[in-house]
Ligand binder design. Structure first.
Ligand SMILES: [Zn+2]
Length: 292
């Protein structure tokens, strides 16, 4: 495990006596919970530290750097921690897996396919591949990485299921698509922002989109608008919000109840989990033009 601040680490060998040669090999994965693979070979990225001959005691490896052409793959590995930590915290069983759907000894692994020359990508591959496919530049945005992982997380929470998402090809924050599209895209936007502790979607070229909106905003209105859904979720999960200061109860609820759209999630499923649909919670969604 590397230190959180500077990334320092110690590696120990239990073999007694001098070692004729020592090196460390790094793989683009985090234990068995997620990995990044090369789309050409399907294999994880790897690199080795410098090789030390005749090691008798502690020796410094010096600074270990990811090779230039692989750096985005390792950025993906690193960024996925940001979603895994709050997702696993929200797991009522304290499971090691991403969701409480799986037993600890059979966690499902999330795979990101990323290649430095790939031009096609930027989607979660709905099917049973547990795979997100990114184009080369998609990894430049942590929000994009986490948004796509957010789609996978919802699919996992729902037991390998996502609602129908008509009119979702050209979806964007402030324009109406369909309730199913806005629910899945809004959840993914909110998951990324929540994981990173902000209220934005920062695109791959670095352009931030502020998800704040209200009844006066010049946005389309209602629950077919993904930005209305994403901001509603972020407000419900806010530190001083009505859900107890985070998304834990929403994650627990979603692992038990599927919903076709946000209306069903809010009006039918929240009551099943004793989450409020009146007072402050209703004020929040109404402020985002969801008049339930
Ligand atoms: Zn999406």
């Amino acid at each position: 495990m590397t230190g959180a601040e500077k990334g320092g680490f110690r590696a120990c060998a239990d073999k007694g006596g001098p070692l004729t040669e020592v090196h460390l090999k790094f793989r683009s994965s985090s234990a068995n919970l997620w990995r990044v693979v090369n789309p050409g070979t399907g294999a994880q990225y790897t690199f080795e530290s410098r090789h030390l001959p005749e090691v008798r005691k502690s020796e410094s490896l010096g600074v270990v750097r990811v090779p230039r052409g692989q750096q985005s793959a390792w950025k993906i590995v690193d960024t996925l921690n940001e979603l895994y930590w709050p997702a696993s915290d929200a797991n009522s069983r304290g499971s090691l897996c991403w969701t409480s759907r799986q037993p600890d000894d059979a966690c499902e692994q999330l795979t990101f396919s990323w290649g430095k020359d790939e031009t096609e990508g930027g989607y979660f591959d709905v099917g049973d591949s547990n795979q997100v496919v990114l184009a080369a530049g998609d990894a430049d945005s942590r929000h994009t990485i986490l948004h796509e992982a957010g789609h996978w997380l919802q699919w996992q929470l729902y037991g390998h299921w996502l609602p129908a998402t008509p009119d979702c090809e050209e979806h964007t924050f402030a324009l109406a698509s369909s309730p199913g599209c806005a629910w899945t895209e809004g959840f993914a936007d909110a998951a990324a922002a929540y994981a990173l502790g902000d209220y934005r979607y920062v695109d791959v070229d670095g352009t931030p989109f502020d998800l704040h909106n209200d009844r006066d905003s010049d946005w389309d209105r209602g629950d077919s608008v993904q930005g209305r859904i994403g901001s509603s979720l972020l407000d419900l999960w806010a530190e001083d919000g009505p859900d107890g200061g985070g998304w834990d109860r929403t994650i627990a609820l979603m692992s038990r109840h599927r919903s076709d759209d946000f209306r069903e999630h809010f009006t039918v499923d929240r009551p099943k989990a004793d989450l409020s649909t009146t007072g402050e919670a209703r004020d929040i969604v109404r402020e985002h033009t969801l008049d339930y």
